[in-house]
Design a protein around this ligand. Structure first.
Ligand SMILES: Cc1ncc(COP(=O)(O)O)c(C=O)c1O
Length: 352
C-alpha cells in the first residue's frame, strides 16, 4: 500500500529520513567525543529508541517515570529521567524500575532527593543523581553552583544514591559559565563531576562549543519540525513526520477546511519570527492554517496562486512534532511512499 491511499488525518513517518537524522547527529557527537542520550519524548516508540541505541547512543532519556517504565519493559537498560519525581506514590514504581535498569534521575530539590532515596533503599539498588541547573530556560533547576554543591553533599549521605553530575536544558553560553564555576567549586570540595548532560535540538550542532558537556539529550532531531527548521538546525527536507489531512470543505475561494484540528496538530504555536499559523503545508507554502477547532483546520488561501481542491490530501509539517506524537495512538511508517507498517505509540499519554 502507498501512503497516498491512507485514511486521514494520519501522522506519516519517513524511515529513511529518521535514519539519516539519527546518523548525522551521532557522527557529529562521535567526532567531538560527546555521548548521545536521546530524549524519547519526540517519538515515544521503543523501536526508534532501539535504532538510536544501535547507532551509538549510551542510553535514553525519558521525561516521566511512566515513559521510562514502558521503555524498561521492552528491555532498554540505561535510562535517565530528567524530571523531579516527588511523592510516596512514586516510590514503589521507581523501586521496580531501579531493579530493572541502570537508572539516573535529575533533581533540583531535597524532596525529590527524599523520594528517590526511599525508592533506592526499597530496591536495594543504587540510583545515580544529576543536579539540574538553570541555564536560560526559566523553568526548573538550581540557580547557583553553591546550591548544586549543597544538594550533591546531601546525596552523598544516602546509602543507595550516588552523585553523578550536572544536567541542564537547553545548552548555550549560560550553561558554559555555570559549568566552569561549578567545576572549580566541586573540585575544591573533592566531589568529581562525572557527567554534564545538556539538551536539545536547536543547539545540537554547537554543543561542542560548551566546555565541560559530556552528553547531549536531543529529542526533536529524530523527526524535526517547523520550529527546528526556523531555528536553522534542520531543513524541511529533514522533517521526517508529516501529517496527512484531507480538504473536507471549500466554503469560499480563499478558505479551505481540513480534517485536522487541534486533536491532530496540537495547538502549539510557531515562534513568530519563523512563520505563522498551525503548520507548514508542503505543497502550498503560502497557505496559512489560521485557526484550529478540535476537528477542523481552517486555512487561509488568500496568498496562494494555486489552491487545493476539495478532497485533496495535504502534507503538513507540524509546528511542534513531540506533542503531535503524543496525540496519536499509531503512526504509519514508510520508505519512498511504500508503507512498511503501523506502529502503536506505546509511550504516549504518560503523564505520571
Ligand atoms: C529536559 C529535556 N531534555 C531534552 C529535551 C530535548 O529537547 P529537543 O526536543 O529540543 O531536542 C527536552 C525537551 O523538551 C527536555 O525538556
Amino acid at each position: 500500500m502507498h501512503i497516498k491511499d491512507l485514511d486521514t488525518p494520519v501522522p506519516v513517518i519517513d524511515l529513511d529520513r529518521v535514519e539519516r537524522n539519527i546518523d548525522k547527529l551521532q557522527s557529529y557527537l562521535d567526532k567531538h567525543g560527546i555521548k548521545s542520550r536521546p530524549h524519547i519524548k519526540t517519538h515515544k516508540l521503543p523501536i526508534l529508541a532501539y535504532k538510536q541505541l544501535e547507532a551509538g547512543a549510551v542510553g535514553i532519556t525519558c521525561q516521566k517515570l511512566s515513559e521510562a517504565t514502558v521503555m524498561a519493559a521492552v528491555g532498554i537498560k540505561d535510562i535517565l529521567i530528567t524530571y523531579n519525581l516527588i511523592g510516596k506514590k512514586k516510590v514503589e514504581p521507581l523501586a521496580q524500575l531501579a531493579r530493572q535498569v541502570t537508572l539516573s534521575i535529575a533533581i533540583d530539590n531535597e524532596l525529590a532527593l527524599k523520594t528517590i532515596a526511599e525508592a533506592a533503599k526499597l530496591a536495594e539498588k543504587t540510583i545515580k543523581l544529576l543536579i539540574e541547573f538553570e541555564s536560560g530556560n526559566l523553568r526548573v533547576g538550581v540557580q547557583t553552583p553553591e546550591e548544586a554543591l549543597e544538594l550533591a553533599q546531601q546525596i552523598k549521605q544516602q546509602p543507595f544514591l550516588s552523585f553523578e553530575g550536572l544536567m541542564t536544558y537547553p545548552c548555550g553560553a549560560e550553561a558554559g559559565r555555570f559549568i566552569a564555576e561549578a567545576k572549580k567549586l566541586f573540585d575544591k570540595a573533592g566531589m568529581p563531576i562525572n557527567t554534564v548532560s545538556a539538551g536539545g535540538t536547536p543547539n545540537m550542532y554547537r554543543v561542542h562549543e560548551v566546555a565541560g558537556v559530556t552528553e547531549l539529550r536531543a529529542g526533536t532531531y529524530i523527526y524535526n519540525d517547523r520550529n527546528i527548521v526556523g531555528s536553522g538546525a534542520a531543513s524541511f527536507d529533514d522533517c521526517a513526520l508529516h501529517v496527512h489531512a484531507t480538504v473536507i470543505s471549500r466554503p469560499t475561494v480563499d478558505r479551505a477546511v481540513i480534517d485536522a484540528g487541534s486533536k491532530t496538530l496540537s495547538s502549539d504555536q510557531i515562534n513568530p519570527s519563523y512563520g505563522q499559523g498551525h503548520g507548514y503545508i508542503l505543497d502550498y507554502p503560502e497557505a496559512v492554517i489560521r485557526k484550529l477547532n478540535e476537528e477542523h483546520g481552517i486555512i487561509d488561501l488568500a496568498a496562494c496562486k494555486d489552491k487545493p481542491k476539495l478532497g485533496e490530501v495535504l502534507r503538513i509539517i507540524p509546528n511542534h512534532v513531540c506533542v503531535v506524537t503524543n496525540l496519536h495512538d499509531e503512526v504509519v511508517v514508510h520508505r519512498n511512499g511504500v508503507i512498511e507498517g503501523t506502529w502503536p505509540v506505546w509511550a504516549r499519554g504518560k503523564t505520571r
